[in-house]
Ligand binder design. Structure first.
Ligand SMILES: [Zn+2]
Length: 418
């Protein structure tokens, strides 16, 4: 017989992109399940943007003519037709920077902050990225977003294409291209779902998991599993006597840059001093994999979870670090945080594509993961005092600065002044 948790996982098995009606539908599904077990919850909306694309294309003009299917980068500069020489910007180095000046850059894969800073500084006039895997029969073409955090470095027209098309362009020596992008940007809402389990005092343990997915993915593993884990915690802990209070937060729009947890910590500034620890769950329950816990805290929490795993016979690798998920905005506000995950091994399941499917998951693993996390949370909730020191060590502060790209921004500002 299937558990309630696994049934919820199946109910959440659809595309849930941040800021869409589908994401809100998923939010309501979780809320309904909570109310079925007698728990009240509330929804907190926050602003995100969406785009309406009326025109987008990528044409190769020289030495051959071909139009490739492309998606517009949400938030990028519009252009009726930007023609220019193409430069394959393989990596950020002095030669590539010189070559890309005044040209349209073809960038490898995902456009990170570092690469975008490099091509804007090198005076590229537009950019092309690609997604997919050449060895697959068919690749979905992902819509991409020029996040606000990247727009701080500048803005250019940009499109995304399939990997097979990018490879064809390079193989055939495409030298001149034209980009067309016409889009309007609109503000919409994404949502966090919040549910409290009251303890005897007002110190709070926050438990987070994002419930949104990327386009073309039903996000079973990333992160319906974490969402279901939080529901499992609610079910298990709601009737227990707890010392500290537990606040469960299902975060929206994590995949668009941790937008839900960032909105939460901004809207609840005064609450931060009462939160002793953030426990985040992002990707568990895979058939194959290895368990990890990443602590953005001092080393005592690392040792504690390591010992806890050893005592319980639960294999887990614990380390100090910054995990790219909703735990980080909390740590950035001075709240120690830990992210739990079961990372799939190479070839046994991937994320951020249509291949993130429920068939790669195991109910048994999901139950084991949830049970370990639940025991840990219960221990913390019933601790005489929350034992994790309420401070972020300097090395972690530095990692967080890097993660947010603030070191790059600082550099840019210094360069401006100089
Ligand atoms: Zn995730």
């Amino acid at each position: 017989m299937k558990s309630n948790e696994y049934e919820l996982l199946e109910k959440l098995y659809f595309e849930r992109i941040g800021g869409t009606d589908q994401e809100l539908e998923a939010c309501h599904i979780i809320q309904d399940e909570l109310s079925k077990i007698g728990l009240e919850s509330h929804i907190e909306a926050f602003d995100v943007v969406t785009n309406h694309v009326s025109k987008v294309s990528l044409e190769v003009l020289q030495p051959y003519q071909k139009t490739y299917e492309a998606t517009a980068y949400m938030g990028c500069t519009n252009t009726e037709g930007l023609a220019g020489d193409l430069c394959y910007f393989e990596s950020d180095n002095a030669v590539s920077r010189k070559q890309v000046s005044g040209k349209i850059a073809l960038v490898n894969g995902y456009l990170g902050m570092k690469t975008f800073k490099a091509i804007t500084e090198a005076k590229a006039i537009g950019f092309i990225t690609y997604n997919g895997n050449i060895d697959r029969e068919e690749n979905d073409l992902d819509p991409r977003e020029l996040r606000e955090t990247l727009q701080e470095f500048g803005n250019l027209p940009g499109v995304n294409i399939r990997v097979d098309d990018a490879m064809e362009m390079v193989a055939k020596g495409a030298s001149e291209v034209r980009i067309v992008v016409k889009q309007t940007i609109e503000k919409v809402h994404s949502h966090n779902l919040v549910c409290d389990i009251k303890g005897e005092n007002d110190d709070i343990l926050v438990c987070t998991a994002h419930y949104d997915s990327v386009p073309h993915s039903k996000g079973a593993y990333d992160n319906a599993t974490g969402s279901v884990c939080l529901y499992g915690l609610a079910k298990e802990l709601k009737d227990k006597k707890l010392g500290h209070s537990i606040r469960l937060i299902w975060c929206g729009s994590e995949e668009r840059g941790l937008l839900g947890s960032k909105a939460y910590v901004e809207a609840h500034q005064e609450e931060m001093e009462h939160i002793g620890l953030c426990v985040n769950v992002d990707m568990i329950g895979s058939i194959m994999g290895r368990r990890i816990a990443v602590c953005t805290s001092d080393m005592s929490l690392v040792h504690y979870i390591d010992y806890f795993g050893k005592i319980k016979g639960f294999p887990i690798e614990v380390s100090q670090g910054v995990y790219s998920s909703d735990s980080t905005p909390f740590a950035d506000k001075g709240v120690p945080a830990v992210s739990f995950a079961r990372i799939t091994t190479s070839g046994t399941g991937e994320i951020h594509s249509r291949y993130d499917v429920i068939e790669h998951l195991s109910e048994q693993m999901l139950v084991q993961d949830t049970s370990f996390i639940c025991d840990f949370v219960e221990k913390m909730a019933n601790a005489y005092v929350i034992p994790v020191p309420k401070e972020i060590p300097d090395n972690m502060k530095e990692e967080i600065e890097k993660y947010y790209g603030r070191d790059l921004k600082k550099k840019k500002e210094e360069e401006k002044k100089a």
